[in-house]
Design a protein. Structure first.
Length: 90
């Protein structure tokens, strides 16, 4: 079993008011080391069986057609080993 992660982020030329609000709040909360923030969405798609190039292509297509607004958002789909994720969270 594998996991495909689809990240949806505003395109660089699109204003990101939520990211700007978070960036303004961070220094007030003692996190002054961050220059900027962009806020997006993360989708985790569990896959039965092997994650192939076809599965990644389908995840990208789903991201572009269903999970995002392609006019203002960019989509990236990557394979993430579910075991590696569980190890990192432990």
């Amino acid at each position: 079993m594998g996991r495909v992660v689809v990240d949806v982020m505003p395109k660089p030329e699109i204003l990101d008011p939520q990211g700007k609000a978070v960036a303004g709040a961070l220094p007030r909360l003692g996190f002054g080391q961050f220059a900027s923030v962009r806020q997006g969405k993360r989708f985790e798609l569990e896959v039965e069986g092997e994650v192939t190039e076809e599965v990644l292509a389908a995840a990208r297509a789903a991201g572009e057609q269903v999970l995002s607004n392609p006019v203002i958002e960019d989509v990236v789909a990557v394979y993430e080993d579910a075991q590696d994720t569980q190890d990192a969270q432990a």
